[in-house]
Each structure stands twice: as C-alpha cells, then as structure tokens.
Design a protein around this ligand. Sequence first.
Ligand SMILES: [Zn+2]
Length: 291
Amino acid sequence: METISCIICGSNKSEPYIKVTDRLNSDSTQFQIVKCECGFVYLNPRPEESEISKYYSNDNYTPHQQNTVNIFDRIYKFVQLFTLRWKYRKISVFKKSGKLLDIGGGQGEFCNYMKNSGWDVLLQDNSELARDIAKNNGLDTIISLSSIDENEKFDVITMWHSLEHIHEIYKTMDLVKKLLDESGILLIAVPNIDAHEQKYYKENWVPFDAPRHLYHFSPKSLKQFFYKFGFTVKSEIPMFQDTPYNILLSMKSKGIFSLAKAGVIWLISCMKTLTKGVNHSSSFLVICKKN
Ligand SMILES: [Zn+2]
C-alpha cells in the first residue's frame, strides 16, 4: 500500500470520509477513503500500481465480462447500447470525423461503434484480456500511451470511467495534452461523489468501488483538476443513464421495500438533475479543450 497527497491541491491534510470493503471480494479488508482539506475525496492509502491487477481479476468485474449471465448484466448491456449512440452524438457536436484515442477502452465497444461510424480509432487498455477481445474485433490497441509516437495527434481523446482508475494520473494528463491536437476535444466521464443516491447507500454505493476507484471527483474538483493541466471545461453534461445501474448495484437487499425505496431515490435523482444539472447526477461528462 502507498500513501499519496491530494492530486488537486497537493496537501496531505485530510480527514476520514468513509471506510468500504471490496464489493467483489468476500474478505472483510477495509479501505479508507479520505477527504482533503480542499474537499477532494480519494482512496488513501491505496494499493500500489504493481499490486492492483489482482483486484481486477474477479469474474464479477462487469466491464471485462464476456457473457451476460444475470439481470444486472443484461441491464448493463442494454444501457450500453443506448449510451454508445449518446456518446457519438456528444462528439458530433464538435467533430464529425478524424482520429480518436480511447483511454481505458476495455473490450472496445465504444471504439467499434466509432470505427463503424467512420472514425480512425486507437484503443488503450491495461487488461490483456480486454485488448485481445478488441484486437479480435479488428481494433488497433496499445497497452501504454508512452508507446504512441510523440508527433502523433488526435482530434478526440476519450476517457469513459477510466480517469478514476489511473495511478500515474499526472503522467497520463501530460501525455494526453501532448497527444491532443490544438483544436481537439477531450471527453471525460466519471462518477459524481455528490450523486444524490450516495447518501442513501453510504458504504454500499457502488462507485466507491475500492480499491479500483482511486479518486472521487465532483464537477467542481474535476474542473480544478483540468485547470491545473491547461484545459478549459467547455461543457458539463449529466449522465442520466448511469443512475438506475448505480442504484441497483448499490442495493444490498432486493426486497420489495428496497425496490420501492430505490424507485423513489431514482425519481428524486432525475428531478434534481433536471433542475440542477450535473451537481447531483450519478455520473457526468465534461468536454474540455486546451487553453
Ligand atoms: Zn486537496
């Protein structure tokens, strides 16, 4: 395990926020999530990068599953189809075609969709299994951003729920800045620590996902983070589609009372997001440009 300072302000002064166990592991090891004096919430201490792979090897880790086996995976797949089109539309507002790099792209569902829509795509993922599946589907893949020629530029770089997993986050952001064309756009989607449903599910709230999720951004802290690296946020968009999935996976009991409660929480979340934008949505997307 390693201890880190806040990635937003550099301070090492923090207070305990919540303790959570690994939702994919039956042992009772607890992981400490802390809140920095600047308000940023993150996992501290955390497993070192060299030991993190064992926490991704569980068969229940949804993004790398190959077969749909239960109702929640089926819901995930259904929402994913809708989400692919949604992501494509968000990019189309800024760019109609060009070169796209997807960081932490998993098995390549998004890259495939973009490739079939005429984009020149490159997928990065740490998982060999995920890259093999992507390669079998005809995608170009890399294990590390460092292997990309430093003169190569991309019109669009995407990080769909991957920023919160990255140990060497400063190095990654420096590379992203180098690789993004001057007129390019960067799209980042992350869970929102200020999500409406978080306070109801507490340590069971699925986006805590310790120890895989290392950082817990809010719209405010993500904006501060990008500002450090010379990016300006052009657009913040709530991701309504993540809310039912987050709520269902956060539920310990699937009894009728719990389901009724989940329905009410979901409705209030939708209403809050409709009236207040990204501030309390389950996840959010930001679209940035270089300054
Ligand atoms: Zn801080």
